[in-house]
Design a protein. Structure first.
Length: 137
């Protein structure tokens, strides 16, 4: 006959409770990791979109300068004749600003495309600049 000690009856219940506790701790860690990964992926997608908008904006001004350089540099504010934000997929989410500065630049102007958007409760800014030189003949 098999003999079992009297003190082992509750031992399996304690083992189950400990195992469930360990599994719960692991699942909480995994769910936090997944949540952070999704948040980071969303942020990166927004950042890529803002970068594309800024690059497209600078390309737009470069093309405008190449097509009509006299008219582009004739105005003290070249952006007055052009759209301030082209190819913006979400004008509510991404706010575009074009900054025109020719201070200290003898034969050109510095164009800066600044894109601001909100990620959760933070305001994020992406900024690209380029100097557009006047054509020489």
């Amino acid at each position: 006959m098999k003999h079992t000690p009297k003190n082992t009856k509750g031992q399996s219940l304690i083992e189950v409770v400990v195992a469930v506790g360990i599994i719960a701790v692991v699942l909480v860690g995994v769910s936090d990791l997944i949540s952070r990964s999704l948040s980071l992926a969303s942020f990166q997608a927004s950042k890529n979109a803002a970068t594309n908008i800024a690059q497209n904006q600078l390309n737009y001004y470069r093309q405008a300068r190449d097509l009509e350089p006299t008219m582009f540099f004739q105005s003290p504010n070249p952006q007055a004749g052009y759209s301030t934000c082209v190819d913006n997929p979400d004008p509510v989410k991404y706010v575009c600003t074009i900054i025109y500065d020719s201070t200290g630049i003898a034969n050109g102007t510095k164009m800066t495309a600044k894109i601001v958007w909100k990620d959760a409760d933070k305001e994020i800014t992406t900024e690209f600049s380029q100097i557009l030189a006047k054509p020489t003949k």
